[in-house]
Design a binder for this molecule. Structure first.
Ligand code: ADP
Ligand code: MG
Length: 319
């Protein structure tokens, strides 16, 4: 039997997440109604995934459901906001129950882990699959981690590993035997939003961004917004060993800085906060590297083999 729009919403999306105390009215009316916590600001973000641009048409729907939510939670993490609700706008060429079931499974597994309730959305027919998730988070007034707060002398930090997702993408494209590299595939298909790290950084980091378009481009946004520059230390970058070997043997050393999809947090902090930050993130089991330093003069530089190289910020560009 064909799925009608509402039966599709009912079956796959309505009331699948635990009720959040902030939700006064969830799916089913013209709008959801949410209470906003006293003394907090609402952090609001949305991200769209387009078939053929952000994912391969044959991607596993569970991975896609996970990623559509993860990239939005990553934006909240980068602001130091605590996620509590999401909406989901789906455009689909057909209502395929198996696909929807897989998508919902990946989506709700992640939603549940972060206590995020799906409170609304939209479902439309269209020529290709397009997924827009909007995520809402709360952050105590004045404590949001903006891009504009980096100051000369601050340390530059990065969570996790750099370039693993790019490696995963390269291998999916190559379709070589190496495509079975699970770690790289997982980083690409199932990024883990650094929500707990973002919360721990409130009041300690001076600026923060999540790395979605490549470290050089995204750190470039922080530098631009803050009116400063930075010098990174090549040896301190947390690279997968294969990318470091490749670079050391004459390969493209810029690749891990320019490939996107890492969804790690890149942030800056005054030197006096460094020890506290390292302790807080270690307690969360969140890998952390101190990768460079903020400078007064604009521009992004890399110290590599004793040479200071001017990095032209480049990442993924849609237009
Ligand atoms: P309207 O026509 O008023 O926009 P819809 O018929 O599109 O309402 O949606 C009915 C209800 O279902 C609304 O509460 C809407 O937020 C929700 N909804 C629609 N699509 C989705 C979806 N993919 N996921 C979650 N909720 C959805
Ligand atoms: Mg609608």
């Amino acid at each position: 039997m064909a799925l009608s729009e509402w039966s599709l919403i009912e079956r796959f999306f309505a009331r699948r997440t635990p009720r959040n105390p902030a939700t006064r009215l969830g799916i089913g009316d013209d709008c959801a109604l949410l209470a906003v916590q006293e003394g907090h600001e609402l952090a609001l973000t949305s991200d769209t995934l387009v078939e053929g641009v952000h994912f391969f048409p044959n991607v596993h729907p569970e991975d896609l459901g996970h990623k559509a939510l993860a990239v939005n939670l990553s934006d909240l993490a980068a602001m130091g906001a605590e996620p509590f609700a999401v909406t989901l706008a789906l455009t689909l060429p057909r209502a395929d129950a198996d696909w929807l079931d897989g998508f919902a499974t990946g989506f709700f597994q992640l939603a549940e882990r972060f206590g995020v309730e799906l409170v609304g959305g939209d479902t439309t027919h269209g020529p290709l699959t397009v997924i827009t998730v909007q995520a809402l988070g709360a952050v105590p007034e004045g404590l949001a981690l903006r891009r504009s707060g980096a100051r000369p002398g601050d340390a530059v930090f990065l969570t996790g590993i750099l370039g693993e997702a790019g490696l995963g993408l390269r291998r999916l494209r190559d379709k070589t035997a190496a495509a079975r590299d699970e770690a790289a595939r997982r980083h690409l298909l199932r990024p883990e939003p650094r929500v707990a790290a973002g919360l721990a950084l409130r009041g300690l980091a001076s600026a923060c961004i999540d790395v979605s378009d490549g470290l050089a481009a995204d750190l470039g946004h922080v530098l631009g917004a803050s009116g400063v520059g930075a010098c990174l230390d090549w040896d301190a970058l947390p690279l997968p060993s294969i990318l470091r070997q490749e670079a050391d043997s004459g390969g493209d050393w810029r690749f891990p800085l320019e490939c996107g999809d890492d969804y790690e947090l890149c942030f800056t902090a005054p030197q006096e906060n460094a020890a506290r930050i390292e302790a807080e993130l270690a307690a969360l089991d969140c890998p952390l590297s101190r990768i460079g330093r903020i400078e007064a003069a604009p521009g992004l530089h890399m110290l590599r083999r004793g040479i200071r190289i001017d990095m032209e910020p480049q990442g993924y560009r849609h237009f």
